[in-house]
Design a protein around this ligand. Structure first.
Ligand code: GDP
Length: 701
């Protein structure tokens, strides 16, 4: 019979190197998902233990204590309280940082008191020398009643010893550290008499926390005579914490010595500079600018390559496969759809490469410290600055970057408002519209008016994000308390393995999470644009070739006429015409309507669709002709130009604020685990865009 798999739970304070230990144990054998119903990331992996025994490791969210203040922490408590949970661990591995042992051990003593076999990992052992720290391991093992693995997950030292300890988990003592009744003997005695079969510390957690555990529902205890007032409970919790620290202090007095003369003060100097009221911001913005430049510059090459490859693949497919509906679906629906997913990979990978480097080095914590005060006013977190600014490249990696924000409410607001920032897909639309309606002149001697308008649009996007964050902050009510522990981990050289795994995981999450939805919706949009009801669509070719005015056109020109006529009579064309009454007050006709509808696949489609509608040939990179054609378009009702100043401004504002990107909706769905938020985004942003454009057009026309 095969030996059963050992279930291991990794638990620890944030920044203790828990992820690195997880990576060391499991390598790339990881599965990342979400806990059902909530958006907390769930990581699991498998590990090979000596003697070919297998283990599964669950990497539980980082938590400071079992006194839950966030959904992340609830996940940890609920699992550890429910012995019947299929993931309930055989052994708990608590990871601590040797430099923060005192604080990290608080959680350890709590876990130990749940009477689960517990191993203590003292991580970052490589730093002990420099910091003058020495540990008396046997002494600590004896007084903490556990086994200790002294580990450097950075150097891969001590991992084998840890594996051996895990294998031997049955020999671990499950004796608690703290006698729970000492918190309030009278009260706990009453509890013990009422629930003789339950562990006292578990009862205490159920009473004080917002959690359930299997056999014993929270209500059962709360309805009994054991409730105490909130303030009384708080007082007892504080007493518990003090008792735990007394215990930890006593143990560390005998087992830990620090020769402080060895500790370097470089860190303090760096901290002072990086969180400086002036220089801190300057340094941060320089780093951000550098990152953007690199993301733009470096991903342009692979993105062009991907774009070209998929265009080739698609034309190859339509030429080489037998003609028919299936080939059309493959060549024009599926291949470009997959291309539309793959094209985002370079930007996502580069962005996460930089974010991981900032996080791993310890710099990100300084940024949070720096930005937190300002961003908190808008319901955002200091870390929201990264998604908001990354949004200028593309909202997709930007929204994924919001994962670094621990507080769910701040993260949600960040996700919802990030699409306002001006992404690169808006640029082609902006450029062509600006060149149509804004004269290419200098203002005040050195400002180019067109450039100024473009900058204004960027500021508008950023303003839209901040304003809507402010509004959401006022409206959104969530139950989760914000609990920010300002923590400054040490500066460290980033660990290549952590960075690489992070980049791979994020990219995979995008491709297999949002990718599926993007592909499906792109196929739908393709279908709607290339199929139509009735004879008009089907007989487009006959219709065009019979018209006498097209007799003298070249084959290419005739093809363009057919493509335009087909688009006009396709489902998208029909939708575009149907919405004309709704968009006319904004100054748009049905042709612009069609372009807006197809822009829901991706904004940059706008120009291409107009080109097709105006029969310029959809391959037309020839911006000059499209622009001339748009400029010459006359509104038959008024005799005025269609793309006049009022309509142009109205369109610019519409594209600045409307939610027109199914990929973004897909990623919001993925990251919030619900359709509710992307729908709110879609309707909220689009309504806002509609109103702003309406007002602008009506005032300007
Ligand atoms: P988590 O937040 O607990 O998951 O911690 P991470 O695994 O992300 O690590 C936090 C930081 O500590 C990163 O910068 C790691 O590179 C660093 N780190 C992790 N393990 C070690 C170690 O053994 N030694 C040193 N010096 N740094 C480490």
């Amino acid at each position: 019979m095969a030996a059963p798999t050992i279930k291991i739970a990794l638990i620890g304070n944030p920044n203790t190197g828990k992820t690195s230990v997880f990576n060391q144990l499991t390598g790339l054998n990881q599965q990342v998902g979400n806990y059902p119903g909530i958006t907390v990331e769930r990581k699991q992996g498998s590990v090979k233990l000596p003697g070919n025994i297998k283990g599964t490791v669950i990497d539980l969210p980082g938590t400071y204590s079992l006194n839950a203040s966030s959904i992340d922490e609830n996940v940890v408590i609920e699992l550890l309280l429910n012995r019947n949970d299929k993931d309930f661990p055989d052994v708990a591995v608590v990871v601590t940082d040797v430099e923060n042992l005192k604080r990290n051990l608080l959680l350890f003593t709590q876990i130990k008191d749940l009477e689960i076999p517990t191993i203590l990992v003292v991580n970052m052992a490589d730093r002990m020398d420099r910091k003058g720290i020495s540990l008396d391991i046997p002494y600590l093992e004896e007084h903490l009643n556990t086994k200790i693995a002294l580990v450097s997950s950075r150097k891969g030292i001590g991992i084998d010893a840890l594996k051996k300890l895990i294998l031997d988990y049955k020999n671990l003592s499950t004796e608690p550290c703290l006698n729970a009744s000492s918190i309030d003997p009278e009260y706990f005695n009453k509890l013990r008499n009422a629930f003789p079969n339950q562990l006292l510390y578990k009862l205490w957690l159920v009473i004080t926390q917002d959690v359930n555990f299997g056999a014993l529902e929270r209500n059962e205890i709360q309805n009994s005579s054991f409730t105490k007032s909130k303030s009384e409970l708080k007082r007892l919790q504080q007493k518990e914490t003090i008792k735990r620290y007394q215990f930890i202090n006593d143990v560390l007095k005998g087992g830990l010595t620090v020769d402080s003369s060895k500790a370097k003060d470089l860190r303090a100097k760096l901290d002072r500079l990086l969180t400086h009221k002036v220089f801190g911001y300057i340094i941060f913005f320089c780093i951000l600018m550098l990152i953007f430049q690199s993301i733009f510059a470096w991903s342009a090459i692979p993105m062009d390559f991907i774009d070209e490859s998929f265009t080739h693949l698609s034309s190859w497919a339509s030429k080489s496969l037998p003609p028919g509906k299936l080939t059309e679906l493959i060549a024009n629906g599926i291949v470009p759809g997959i291309g539309g997913v793959v094209i985002f990979i370079p930007q996502i990978a580069f962005l996460f490469l930089f974010i991981s480097l900032l996080e791993e080095s310890g710099y990100m914590s300084r940024v949070v410290f720096l930005m937190d005060k300002i961003m908190k006013r808008f319901g955002l977190s200091g870390k929201s600055i990264v998604p908001l600014i990354s949004g200028t490249a593309c909202a997709i990696p930007a929204i994924m970057a919001a994962r670094n924000i621990e507080n769910w409410r701040e993260r949600l607001i960040t996700i919802l408002v990030t699409p306002f920032t001006t992404c690169s897909a808006r640029l082609p639309v902006y450029t062509i519209l600006i060149s149509l309606i804004i004269p290419n002149r200098m203002a005040l001697g050195f400002f180019n008016l067109q450039g100024l308008t473009l900058m204004l649009l960027y500021l508008l996007g950023f303003g839209g994000a901040i304003l809507s964050a402010y509004i959401l902050n006022k409206i959104l009510k969530t139950r989760h308390k914000s609990f920010f522990v300002a923590e400054m981990p040490n500066y460290k050289m980033p660990l290549f393995k952590n960075v690489a795994i992070n980049v791979i995981e994020k990219t995979k999450a995008f491709v297999f999470g949002a990718g599926k939805i993007i592909l499906a919706l792109s196929i739908v949009i393709w279908f709607l644009g290339s199929h139509g009801p009735g004879d008009n669509f089907k007989n487009a070719e006959a219709h065009i070739t019979q018209q006498p005015q097209y007799m003298n056109l070249s084959q290419d020109e005739i093809d363009n006429e057919i493509a335009g006529y087909q688009l006009e009579n396709s489902y998208i064309g029909i939708i575009g015409k149907a919405i004309e009454p709704v968009i006319r007050p904004l100054g748009y006709d049905w042709k612009i309507g069609i372009a807006i509808v197809s822009s829901f696949a991706a904004r940059e489609v706008f120009v291409g669709t107009l080109a097709t509608i105006y029969n310029i040939g959809s391959s037309g990179d020839d911006e000059a002709t499209i622009k001339q054609r748009m400029d010459a378009e006359i509104n038959p009702a008024t005799g005025d130009k269609v793309f006049n100043f009022a309509t142009g401004v109205s369109l610019l504002l519409f594209y600045a604020f409307a939610m027109q990107c199914i990929s973004t909706l897909a990623i919001t769905k993925k990251e919030t685990n619900s359709w509710k938020w992307p729908l709110i985004q879609l309707f909220g942003m689009s309504t806002f865009a509609y109103i702003v454009s309406l007002v602008a057009y009506q005032l300007l026309k």
